[in-house]
Design a protein around this ligand. Structure first.
Ligand SMILES: Nc1ncnc2c1ncn2[C@@H]1O[C@H](COP(=O)(O)OP(=O)(O)OP(=O)(O)O)[C@@H](O)[C@H]1O
Length: 686
């Protein structure tokens, strides 16, 4: 093999790096922990860590070990001193070093890798050469060079980058490390201290950016985040399933995932609210009602406490008790923490008296006094325990109790709207609605501080109510967040109107709002068509500009449907799916929720097998039947969108309907067929 042709040299470096990775893995596998661990608990922990390290060092045949190379003009870090030598780095998903400890591949998150994403002809960042590698089935088959510091070379668009963007989608979401764009990289690498909010239209890479930011933060602040934890919040289980492979592919196995409902699952949700009720229950004013209701459990003392010890009686007079209680009420501590502190405060008052009487009591005496039945009884009367679910139960069932705490906060009509129409017998027989669980979570936090994580990524944030933002916010009070969303895709009755407002509810008003407008998913013709809806659903938002070169495939197909002949119409929808299945990649048939059962039946009759959203598409099962309500965040190479009118009519109001339509129109990567028997919504007419 001629070793001086550049491609051969790069392939040789790949082979050497693979071998080095193999020996790194073998080194870990051969670790003998028997000598270093004295007990089995340590051994178990260590074994788990070693197993994880082995997993992280796996050489995945379908993900290239490196995807880029940087040749620096000078040694990085060295002041650009004359004669300083340039260095060469291969950029990949993880760090690989040779037997001598010299790096063969550098982690994409390392500072020296950053120019791979940021350098340009205008700001070359000391880079002489940026090389991108192309792979075919695990083999390094191509490369592409940019001489960033060479004034003679003109900047062009990268073919490999374009190919990566155009690559057909099969299976779950994948990482974008090889092609993160400069404006995305700025978000990915922004510091752990600050919260970032990203507004971006469909397919601008918000989800991808959020996941890569966690991976970056875990690299840059591994110890701190390992202690405090990280969490990715998504709208539903099928969405979480779709994105769950991305972080493990980047070597990060520890990030938890949840929906907002999972976070607040204090009670089983078995009921549903009318929209108006849910909107009110999700209103931030409910936090004030709950705060008042919790505090109202405190009753100022009406009598002294008498503690009998041996032959002595110690009295804490009412005025002194009142002062203690008042001081606890004035302090910014949780109801439960104050309740825990109260017996010790009373005991302390007793101890002061003992000392005055010439005794010398120690801490054990104070503890004993705190546990004295008289003190316990006083605490129970003054500061009784609060059960959050029972509290919410009482607010929603007891008109007087609600009126007392909602006075001046909710109008009488509003109080009536949130109260249960029919009396509910006990807290056990309540059919809790989703918004109730969020109220219970708020009440729980008033009693006991919620544990805060180090970093939270909140995806599809635009659908959260103010109370849900608060629930997420208390899970990152001492940490930071990445908030991702698109105001035009808000489809809940309480959808976010402005990011400033949302961030205030989250408790992160200081966050910066960034906007992404380059679209990596939807082809130009399709996004142009969908953007016709923007003035009606989110006036003021800039339309997405597709960066895809492939113009894509787009067709609006009128089909005939009469009441008597729905089968023939379904047959035409299925024919459209089959047309698209003849191409490479995944196909989604998206329809109004109400039409999904009929289409499922028609597909079964026609012998066309299909999956549900969240189920993995494979080379042999490529068609997914997607209810419009679950389409958010997902993407397919080709989409058949069934009956736009029905998608709009499936929602309680037209604006929400048009937003749902906007979501469903923007799921396709390579092509879209819209089939309709009914007239199209007027807003789609150009
Ligand atoms: N820099 C990039 N290089 C290659 N592909 C990218 C890049 N950024 C995003 N993509 C791809 O574009 C598609 C859309 O990305 P993503 O789902 O993150 O967008 P989104 O903004 O969250 O969309 P939505 O608003 O519809 O949820 C994904 O397939 C993603 O991998």
């Amino acid at each position: 093999m001629p070793s001086d042709d550049p491609l051969s040299r790069e392939r040789a470096h790949l082979a050497d790096s693979r071998a080095a990775l193999r020996s790194m893995r073998e080194d870990v596998q051969s670790l003998d922990i028997r000598d270093v661990t004295a007990n089995w608990v340590n051994a178990e922990v260590l074994t788990r860590q070693i197993d994880e390290r082995i997993k992280a060092l796996a050489d995945l045949s379908h993900t290239p070990l490196f995807f880029g190379r940087l040749d620096y003009l000078h040694a990085p870090g060295a002041e650009q001193a004359e004669g300083a030598e340039g260095e060469r780095f291969y950029i990949g998903r993880r760090h690989v070093h040779d037997a001598g400890g010299d790096p063969m591949v550098i982690d994409w998150r390392a500072p020296v890798s950053q120019p791979f994403y940021r350098a340009s002809k205008k700001t070359p960042l000391d880079i002489a050469l940026r090389r991108r590698f192309g792979y075919t089935g695990g083999d390094l088959t191509a490369y592409e060079d940019e001489h960033l510091s060479d004034p003679a070379e003109t900047a062009g668009t990268s073919k490999l980058l374009q190919q990566e963007i155009e690559r057909p989608r099969v299976g779950p979401m994948r990482d974008i490390v090889a092609t993160i764009q400069p404006e995305q990289d700025e978000i990915v690498r922004s510091g752990l201290g600050g919260t970032v909010c990203v507004q971006g239209g469909p397919g601008t890479g918000k989800t991808a950016v959020g996941l890569h930011r966690v991976a970056y933060l875990l690299y840059a602040h591994r110890d701190r985040l390992a202690r405090t934890g990280t969490l990715v919040i998504g709208p539903n289980a099928s969405f979480l399933h779709y994105i769950e492979q991305v972080l493990p592919a980047l070597g990060e196995l520890e990030v938890k995932q949840a929906t907002v409902a999972d976070l607040v699952a204090h009670v089983e949700v078995r009921g549903a609210d009318e929209a108006a009720t849910a909107v009110l229950k999700g209103d931030a004013r409910m936090a004030e009602v709950l705060r008042r209701a919790v505090r109202a459990h405190v009753t100022l003392p009406t009598e002294q406490v008498v503690v009998v010890r041996g032959s002595r009686r110690w009295r804490v007079p009412e005025y002194e008790l009142t002062a203690i209680v008042q001081e606890l009420l004035d302090r910014d501590i949780r109801y439960g923490a104050a309740r825990d502190a109260l017996p010790q405060r009373i005991a302390h008052a007793v101890l002061v008296q003992m000392e005055r009487a010439g005794e010398a009591p120690d801490d054990r005496v104070q503890d004993a006094v705190a546990r004295n039945p008289a003190v316990k009884a006083a605490v129970k009367a003054i500061w009784p325990p609060v059960d959050p679910a029972k509290l919410v139960f009482r607010l929603l069932s007891d008109a007087d109790f609600l009126a007392l705490h909602a006075e001046g906060v909710l109008s009488e009509d509003e109080q009536e709207t949130i109260r249960w129409a029919k009396p509910v017998r006990s807290v056990k027989s309540v059919k809790w609605a989703a918004a109730d669980a969020v109220l219970i979570d708020e009440a729980t936090d008033l009693v006991q501080r919620t544990h805060s994580l180090g970093h939270v990524v909140l995806d599809e944030a635009q659908d959260l109510s103010p109370m849900q933002y608060r629930a997420v916010g208390r899970r990152c009070t001492t940490g930071s967040a990445t908030v991702l969303g698109d105001l035009a895709q808000g489809t809940t009755p309480w959808a976010t109107r402005s990011w400033e407002e949302a961030l205030a509810h989250l408790g992160k008003s200081e966050a910066v709002v960034e906007e992404l407008t380059a679209g990596f998913r939807v082809p130009t013709d399709v996004i142009t068509y969908a953007s016709r809806l923007l003035p009606h659903i989110a006036p003021g938002l800039a339309p997405v500009a597709s960066v895809r070169e492939n113009p894509g495939f787009f067709e609006v197909r009128a089909i005939r449907e009469t009441a008597a002949d729905t089968t023939a119409a379904a047959a035409e929808v299925i024919a459209a799916c089959e047309e698209l299945l003849a191409r490479e990649g995944s196909v989604g048939l998206i329809a109004a929720d109400g039409r999904v059962p009929g289409l499922a039946e028609a597909l079964a009759k026609a012998g066309v097998s299909h999956l549900a959203p969240g189920e993995e598409t494979t080379a042999s099962a490529r068609l997914t039947l997607v209810p419009a309500s679950l389409a958010k965040g997902l993407e397919y190479d080709y989409v058949v969108l069934d009956e736009p009118r029905a998608v709009v009519d499936g929602e309680p109001d037209e604006r929400t309907g048009l937003r749902r339509l906007y979501v469903t129109l923007t799921r396709a990567v390579s092509g879209l067929i819209v089939t309709h028997a009914d007239a199209l919504p007027a807003q789609l007419e150009g």
